[in-house]
Design a protein around this ligand. Sequence first.
Ligand SMILES: *[C@@H]1O[C@H](CO)[C@@H](O)[C@H](O)[C@H]1NC(C)=O
Ligand SMILES: *[C@@H]1O[C@H](CO)[C@@H](O)[C@H](O)[C@H]1NC(C)=O
Ligand SMILES: *[C@@H]1O[C@H](CO)[C@@H](O)[C@H](O)[C@H]1NC(C)=O
Ligand SMILES: *[C@@H]1O[C@H](CO)[C@@H](O)[C@H](O)[C@H]1NC(C)=O
Ligand SMILES: *[C@@H]1O[C@H](CO)[C@@H](O)[C@H](O)[C@H]1NC(C)=O
Ligand SMILES: *[C@@H]1O[C@H](CO)[C@@H](O)[C@H](O)[C@H]1NC(C)=O
Ligand SMILES: *[C@@H]1O[C@H](CO)[C@@H](O)[C@H](O)[C@H]1NC(C)=O
Ligand SMILES: *[C@@H]1O[C@H](CO)[C@@H](O)[C@H](O)[C@H]1NC(C)=O
Ligand SMILES: *[C@@H]1O[C@H](CO)[C@@H](O)[C@H](O)[C@H]1NC(C)=O
Length: 859
Amino acid sequence: MALLVFFAAFALSTATHAVGQTGFLSIDCGLERNYSGYKDNDNGLSYVSDGPYVDAGENHKLAAGQETDRVRTDLTVRSFPPGLLRNCYSLPTIAGTKYLVRVVSFYGNYDGTNSSSTLQFDLHLGANYWDTVRADGDQVYEAVFVAWASWAPVCLVNTGQGTPFVSSVELRPLGSDFYPTGMANQSMRMSARRSMGPTTSRVTSFPADQYDRYWWAMPSEATWANLSTTLAITEDSFQVSSAILQKAVTVAGNGTTLSVIWGGDQRMLRQFMAFLHFADFQDSQLREFDVYFNSDSPTRFTPLYLSGNVLYNTDWYNAANGVVNITLAATARSALPPMLNAFEIYTPIVHDTPVTFSKDFDAIMAIKHEYGVKKNWMGDPCFPNQYAWEGVKCRNTSDNVQRIISIDMSNSNLNGVVSSNFALLTALESLNLSGNQLNGPIPDSLCKNNGGQFILSYGSGGDICNKTINPSGSKNRNAIIATSVVAPVLAVAVLGLLYLIWRVKRKPNCAYALNLYAPLTDLKNSSASTENHLLDTENRRFTYEELQEVTNNFQRLIGRGGFGNVYYGRLENTSEVAVKIRSEYSKQGLHQFLAEVMNLTKVHHRNLVSLVGYCWEKDHLALVYEYMSGGNLCDHLRGKTGVGDTLNWATRLRIVLEAAQGLDYLHKGCNLPIIHRDVKTNNILLSQNLKAKLADFGLSKTYMSDTQTHISTENAAGTPGYMDPEYQLTGKLTESSDVYSFGIVLLEVATGEPPVLSDDDHTHITQHVKNNITSGNISLIADERLKDSYDVSSMWKVVDTAMMCTTYDASRRPTMSTVVIQLKECLALEEAHVDKDVSASSTHDDLHHIPSKVGPLAR
Ligand SMILES: *[C@@H]1O[C@H](CO)[C@@H](O)[C@H](O)[C@H]1NC(C)=O
Ligand SMILES: *[C@@H]1O[C@H](CO)[C@@H](O)[C@H](O)[C@H]1NC(C)=O
Ligand SMILES: *[C@@H]1O[C@H](CO)[C@@H](O)[C@H](O)[C@H]1NC(C)=O
Ligand SMILES: *[C@@H]1O[C@H](CO)[C@@H](O)[C@H](O)[C@H]1NC(C)=O
Ligand SMILES: *[C@@H]1O[C@H](CO)[C@@H](O)[C@H](O)[C@H]1NC(C)=O
Ligand SMILES: *[C@@H]1O[C@H](CO)[C@@H](O)[C@H](O)[C@H]1NC(C)=O
Ligand SMILES: *[C@@H]1O[C@H](CO)[C@@H](O)[C@H](O)[C@H]1NC(C)=O
Ligand SMILES: *[C@@H]1O[C@H](CO)[C@@H](O)[C@H](O)[C@H]1NC(C)=O
Ligand SMILES: *[C@@H]1O[C@H](CO)[C@@H](O)[C@H](O)[C@H]1NC(C)=O
C-alpha cells in the first residue's frame, strides 16, 4: 500500500478566518414551514426549515422527556410515512465543488411506538447507496462528495423496516484539496473521525473546526498518555484546526509503539481509507516512527513541529476481519515515542448506479421548480430504475451518458407558459404537455431538439413540431434561426426578407437570431427592409417632434451614456419615460442602435428595463424607456445624488437578487443566450419602491456560435474595473464574462467601495477583499455604513459568491442560475437573522432553554 505524506502549512491558517462558514446550508427538519429559521445558540450557525428542500413528509416533535440534553436540531423530525418509497432533500450545490454532507436522525420516540430496536431505512446520495440508518444505532451519517450538478439529492429510502425520519441535513463546502480520494466518480462515507488526547467535550465542531466536521473524542486507553499544548499550530492541508491538533496521545511508560484499533464497521471489510493528522509540540528532539496499516509494509514518518501534517493511503485498502490496526512504532534512533493527534477513516460509496446527465438533471429540476411539480419527482430522475420519475424516460447513449429522452407531463395541471428550460433537454425526443392550462409561444429551439426528430404534444393539434400537420407552425421559424446561425453575416436584406416572412407567421418571442451586427453600410443599403421590420414591432415609433413635446424640449437631463444624453419625459397618458438621444459624437452606429431596439423589443422580464418606443428619422435616433424614478444602484451606494439613507443589507440583497434574475434571463431565458457585456451598478436601475431592473443592452449581442465569440480585443466592450480579465486577454466572450462583472457588483454592494479604489495603487476591489478575507473578520470587508447590522453568514456568503464569480479561470465561475440560488439563500439568512432579532426581543423563550451542546452518540 502506498502511503503519501502531505506537507501542509496552509498559508492563511495562522489567522482565525471564518471562511468556512460561507456556503453552509443547515436545515433543521420538521420545523413548521412558516418558521423561517433561527441562529443556533451553541454554534452560532443559521438554521432554516426544510420546507423548500423537500416535497413530502410530516413534522413531528420528540416524545416528552426525550428532549433532555439534545441539541436544538434534534428536537423535531420530519418523517416520510408510507406512500413514496424514496423521499429526497434537494440540496443546492455548485457542480465540481467538494462537500461534506451530514444527516442526523435521532428517533426520540417521536411516533410514540417505541420501535427504535427494529426501525431502519437506507440513505442514498444521488442514485447511490450511502448507508443504513438504524434508529437504535448511529445518529450521525456523513459523506464527502464532489457535486455533479446544481442539485445534490439526499434520499431516505423505505426498505420495509419502518418509516424513515430525519432530524437535520447539513451541507458544508470543503476545500478542493481536502480528501483527494473524494472525486467526481468517488464519494466517501465517514466511518470514524476522532480527536485524541484530553478533552472536555465529546464532540468538537464549528466554530473550532471551520468546516464543521464533527470530531468525536477518542476514549482513552491504559497504554496511552495524554499530551497537550497551548501553542498555536499551523493547520494541515485539510485545514484541521489548532484546537484539534493541540491535543494528542503518546505511549505511556517506556513503551515505543502506539496502536489504534478501529473495528466493528462491516463496510471496512471491503475497503477503507485512513487519514492520520499529526503535529508535534514537544521540544525539538527527534521523533521518528514507522506507520503500519494492518500488516502492510510501513512508512517512515516524522511529524513537523507546530505545524499540521496529514498522512494517508493513496489507494483504497482492504481491512482484514473488518478491523483497522494503525500502529506507530518508534525507530531505533528516535528520542521520543510516537504520537497521534487525530484520525479519520472512510469507506467508499460505490458508484454502481448510473446517474442522469447533469445538464439534463439541472434542466428538469428547473422545470420541476418552475411548475411546482411534486409527484415522485425527487432524487435522480432516472435511477435507480424503481424510483425513476413518473413520466420521465432516459436512454443510455453510445458514449455511456444517460440522457432524458421523453417527458410525459400530460394532465398535470400545469399553468403558465411553456418553459424554455425544455429546450435545454437536447436529447428529448418527445414531450407531452397536453391536458394542461399552458399558454404562450413554444420556445423556438424546442422543435430542433434531437435533430428535429422531436414530437411535441400540446393542446389538441397533435405533434405541433410536425411541419406536415402544421405547415405554418414553428418549423419555418426554426429554419430561419438555423439559417442565421449557420451564416450569420448574410446580407441583412436577405435576413430582413426572411424576417418579414417569419413575422407574418408568429407572435414575437424573445431573442431570435437576426444578425444586426452586419457592417453599417449593409444596413444602410437595406434600410427599406430593416425599417419595415422595426415598424412591425409592437413598440411605438415616435417622431422627433413628438419627442420634443414628450421631453418638454429636452428640458430635464437625467443622465449621460455612451449612446448619448438621457432626458426625462412624460407621455400623453402621463406615464414617465426616459428618452435616450443619440449624440452626434456617439461611437454607436445605426447597427448598434438597431441591435438594442431588436434586443429590447424581444426580451421581456420583470427585472429588465423595458422599451416603450423609439425614434428613427434621418438624423435622429432615440430610444424611449420606462422611467426608473429610483435612480441607479451606483448612486445609492456611493451617495452621489444624495439619495436618502444607506440601503440596508436586506434591501441590497433584494436588489442584487433581482438584477441577477434579469441577467440569468438574458443568459438562459431566450433561445440563444444574450450577453449583456456591460454589467455594472450604474446599469442596475431602481423603481420608486426599489425594485431593480437591468438596463442598457446597447452592447448586448446574441451569442451565436463559438466561432463568433472570438472578437478582437479592440472591440472589447465594457467598463474598466468590471471587465473580465480573461475576456480582455483572449477576446473570447461568454456568459461568464457577465458573471465576472456581476461578481464585482456583489463586492461593491457588500463593501460600498467602487471597483477600483481611489488609493494610490488603484487597488482593484477583488484584491482589496482578498487581502481582508485572510483576516477572517467580515467587518473589515463589509460596508461600514451598515454598522454591523447584517447577518454575518449572509455577508460571508455574498462575498464568497462574489469571489467565485470573479475567479480568474472563466470555466470555474458559477452560472447566473447558481448565483440566483446563492443569493436567495443569502437573503433567507438575512431575513432569518432579522426575524430572530425580532423574536429575541419578544417572548420566544424556547431559544434560551436549549441545553448546551451534547454530541450525538459515538460509534
Ligand atoms: C405556523 O403555522 C402553524 C399551523 O400550520 C400555526 O399553528 C403556527 O402558529 C404558525 N407559526 C407562526 C410563527 O406563524
Ligand atoms: C420501549 O422498549 C424498550 C425495549 O425495546 C423497553 O425496555 C421500554 O420499557 C419500552 N418503553 C416504553 C415506554 O414502552
Ligand atoms: C475516477 O477518476 C479518476 C481520474 O479522474 C481515475 O483515476 C479513477 O480510476 C476513477 N475511479 C473510479 C472508481 O472509476
Ligand atoms: C487523558 O484524557 C482523557 C480525557 O480527558 C481522560 O479520560 C484520561 O484519563 C486521560 N488519560 C491519562 C492517562 O491521564
Ligand atoms: C523505564 O525504564 C527505566 C530504565 O530503563 C526503568 O527504571 C523504569 O522502571 C521503566 N519504567 C516503566 C514504567 O517500565
Ligand atoms: C497491530 O499491528 C501491530 C504491527 O503490525 C502488531 O504488532 C499488533 O499485534 C497488531 N494488533 C492487533 C490487535 O491486531
Ligand atoms: C451503456 O452503454 C454502454 C455501451 O454503449 C455500456 O458499456 C454501459 O454499460 C451501459 N450503461 C448502462 C448503465 O446500461
Ligand atoms: C399525450 O398524453 C395524452 C393524455 O395522456 C394522450 O392521450 C396522448 O396520446 C399523448 N400523446 C402522445 C403523442 O403520446
Ligand atoms: C407528420 O405527420 C404526418 C401526417 O400525420 C405523418 O405522415 C408523418 O409521418 C409525420 N412526420 C413525422 C416526422 O412524425
